[in-house]
Design a protein around this ligand. Structure first.
Ligand code: SF4
Ligand SMILES: [Zn+2]
Length: 561
C-alpha cells in the first residue's frame, strides 16, 4: 500500500496538476486505478519526504505546494497524532475482529494510520516525529498535541512495553526539531525517566495536552486506572460494542454489560473522558435493537459516554464472522440501512454534550467483503441531519471576533454522580442545525420540544467544560477525596499557538478560564465542595498553575475558599 502511494507520488510528479482541485481529481483517479484508500495530503507528504531522502525523486516545490492543506485537522484546537503499538495478542476472540499477520489485533495493514506505523516499524519515537513533521510541512500547527495510542487492548500489553512506548512518545515531542544523540531503543526506561520526560513536556514547544488509550471494559480496575494516570492518560476509548449481554455473548466479546457499567463509573470517578466504540449490525442484533441501544446510552445514567465512535459491523476476510456470512448465518446492514439508522440516531437521540468522533472506521473499502462500505458518510448525510453533537457544532474556522457568545449549562446524572456540562455557544442555533433555539428570552425557559426533543444548547460551540460532582466523598484515588472533578476543558477554533493570541481564534480570549471559574463557583456555592481537581494533560499543567492549581499526585488541584 505504501508502494501504492509512492507510485501515486511518482505519477503526480510526472504530470503535475495546476490546481488543488486538479490534484484532488488526479489523486482520486489514481487511487481508483491502484485500489488505494484516498490518502490525506499529510500521508502523502510523509511518503514524499522519504522518497526524496532516498533520492528516488527530486524535491518539487510545486508538488509541496499542492500537498499543503488549510488545516482542517487543527481546527478542533489540537493537532492529532495517532500512533500504533506493535502486534501483540489480544485476550478477546471477537467474531468480527480480523487477525492479520504481524499487525496489532483488529487492524489491517492497509489502513492509513497502520501504514504510517509500518513505515516507522512501529517505533513510537519515529511515528510521533514523522507525523509532526508531515503535519508541520503541510501547514499545521503542532504546539498542542492530542496523542492517540491505537493497537487494540493497551492494558494487555506488558507493563514495561507500555511504559517505554509512552516514554518514547513524550521524548519524541520534547526532542522534536533537535538532533538525536542516543539510540532510543538502547535507553532504559524506568518510572523516573518517564516522569522526567513528562516534566520536560510541561514546558516543551510541542506539548501533549491529552493522551488517549484504548482498552476493553473488563481490563479496567482501580490498579489499571492508576497505571493509566502514571502514563499521563486523560481519555479512554472503551470497546463497548453493544450493551446487550446476549449480543455480547453471541459475538464472543468475553465480557458483559455489567463490566462496561463498572468501568465507566471507575473512569468517570477518576476524571477520565470516555469514548465508547459502538457497533450497530452485530450478529444477534437488529436495527430496532441497535436504536434501543442508543436510546439507552443517553437515558440510562449507567452509560452516558462523552464521546462515541460508531463502527458498523462489516465482514472482513480474516475473521470468524466471514465463515458465518459465507454459510448465510449472518446478514450485515446495507449501506442504505446504516445511513438511515445514523440519520435517525443523530436527529432523535444524540444530546449536545456528546461528540460523535467517527461514523465509520478507516477500513479500506476493498477489504470489506460485506456490510456498509460508505467511507464518506458524513458528507452524504450532511443535508439530512440536525445533529446537535459537539463535533457538528464546533466553531472551526467559522469565527468572528465580534460574535455574541453566551454561557449555557446542561445537568445530567451519570454513574452515580452529577455531570454539569458548561458551554459557550452562540445564542442562535448552529447553521447546520435547524433546531430553533427559540428560548423564551425573558424567562430563560426552555422552549417547547422541537421535533420531539429540546433544542437547548444547540448553538455554535466555542468552548466547553465537563464538571463532575461525585456522589460519595470517598474516592479510591486519595487526592480526589472530597473533590469536585473537571474532566475536560476545551476551546474550539483554529489552533492558536501557545501564548499567542490570534484574532481568528476564540482560544486565548479567556473562554477556558471563564469556564473554570464558573465550575469552581458551582462546586463551592451549589455543592459546598472545598476542593476541585483537574485531570490535566501533562502539557496543560502550566496553564492550571497560573490559575492557582498545584500538581498533586497526577492531578492539578485547587483549594476553594
Ligand atoms: S477485544 Fe478488540 S482487538 Fe481484541 S479481539 Fe475483540 S475486537 Fe479484536
Ligand atoms: Zn453530530
Amino acid at each position: 500500500m505504501l508502494q501504492g502511494y509512492a507510485k501515486l507520488i511518482k505519477l503526480a510528479t510526472q504530470r503535475l496538476p495546476e490546481s488543488k482541485e486538479e490534484f484532488l481529481n488526479l489523486k482520486k483517479k489514481l487511487c481508483g486505478e491502484l485500489k488505494l484508500v484516498l490518502p490525506t495530503n499529510a500521508d502523502l507528504r510523509e511518503v514524499y519526504e522519504k522518497m526524496v531522502a532516498k533520492k528516488q525523486i527530486k524535491r518539487s516545490e510545486k508538488l509541496e505546494k499542492l500537498l499543503k492543506t488549510r488545516g482542517i485537522r487543527t481546527q478542533s484546537g489540537v493537532a492529532i497524532v495517532a500512533v500504533l503499538t506493535k502486534s501483540y495478542p489480544c485476550p478477546g476472540n471477537c467474531l468480527y475482529c480480523p487477525t492479520e499477520k504481524d499487525m496489532p489485533k483488529s487492524y489491517l495493514s492497509n489502513e492509513p494510520a497502520v501504514m504510517r506505523a509500518i513505515a516507522s516499524k512501529f517505533d513510537p519515537y519515529r511515528q510521533v516525529q514523522n507525523r509532526l513533521r508531515s503535519l508541520e510541512l503541510n501547514g499545521h500547527d503542532t504546539d498542542k498535541i492530542e496523542l492517540i495510542v491505537m493497537g487494540g487492548t493497551f492494558s494487555y500489553l506488558p507493563k514495561s512495553y507500555q511504559k517505554s512506548f509512552i516514554y518514547q512518545c513524550f521524548k519524541a515531542c520534547n526532542e522534536y526539531g533537535r538532533r538525536l544523540k542516543v539510540k532510543i531503543s538502547k535507553l532504559k526506561v524506568n518510572e523516573k525517566n518517564l516522569l522526567n520526560e513528562q516534566k520536560k513536556n510541561e514546558k516543551a514547544k510541542h506539548r501533549i495536552i491529552g493522551l488517549t488509550l484504548e482498552t476493553r471494559p473488563d481490563y479496567i480496575d482501580e490498579e489499571e486506572i492508576l497505571n493509566f494516570r502514571q502514563l499521563g492518560c486523560t481519555r479512554v476509548e472503551l470497546g463497548v460494542q453493544s450493551i446487550f449481554d446476549e449480543v455480547l455473548e453471541k459475538n464472543k466479546r468475553g465480557h458483559n454489560v455489567q463490566e462496561t457499567i463498572r468501568a465507566t463509573k471507575l473512569l468517570k470517578d477518576a476524571g477520565f473522558k470516555i469514548n465508547y466504540h459502538l457497533m450497530p449490525g452485530l450478529l444477534g442484533s437488529n436495527l430496532k435493537k441497535d436504536f434501543r441501544m442508543f436510546e439507552e446510552l443517553f437515558s440510562n445514567p449507567n452509560f452516558q459516554p462523552d464521546i462515541i465512535k460508531i463502527y458498523p459491523t462489516v465482514v472482513l476476510k480474516d475473521s470468524e464472522l466471514y465463515k458465518l456470512w459465507k454459510n448465510k448465518k449472518y446478514k450485515p446492514l446495507s449501506d442504505k440501512q446504516f445511513e438511515n439508522f445514523i440519520i435517525e440516531v443523530k436527529n432523535k437521540i444524540i444530546p449536545p454534550y456528546v461528540r460523535i468522533t467517527r461514523l465509520v472506521r478507516d477500513v479500506p473499502t476493498p477489504s470489506i467483503i460485506a456490510g456498509p462500505r460508505v467511507s464518506n458518510l458524513r458528507q452524504i448525510i450532511a443535508g439530512k441531519t440536525h445533529c446537535p453533537c459537539i463535533r457538528c457544532r464546533e466553531v472551526r474556522a467559522d469565527y468572528n471576533i465580534k460574535e455574541k457568545i453566551i454561557l449555557d449549562r446542561i445537568d445530567y446524572s451519570a454513574s452515580g454522580g452529577k455531570e454539569i456540562f458548561l458551554q459557550f455557544v452562540s445564542p442562535d442555533p448552529h447553521p447546520t442545525s435547524p433546531l430553533q433555539r427559540g428560548r423564551n428570552k425573558e424567562e430563560e425557559k426552555p422552549s417547547p420540544l422541537f421535533n420531539g426533543r429540546n433544542e437547548e444548547g444547540s448553538g455554535k460551540l466555542f468552548a466547553l467544560l465537563r464538571l463532575r460532582i461525585p456522589k460519595n466523598k470517598t474516592n479510591f484515588i486519595p487526592v480526589l477525596q472530597n473533590s469536585a472533578l473537571i474532566r475536560e476543558v476545551h476551546t474550539y477554533g483554529k489552533l492558536a499557538q501557545i501564548s499567542q493570541k490570534s484574532a481568528l481564534s476564540p482560544q486565548h480570549i479567556g473562554l477556558g478560564k471563564k469556564l473554570i471559574q464558573e465550575a469552581e463557583k458551582i462546586a463551592q456555592k451549589e455543592f459546598g465542595i472545598k476542593k476541585i481537581s483537574v485531570i490535566s494533560g501533562v502539557g496543560v499543567r502550566d496553564y492550571y498553575r497560573k490559575l492557582g492549581y498545584n500538581l498533586s499526585e497526577t492531578y492539578m488541584v485547587k483549594k476553594l475558599r
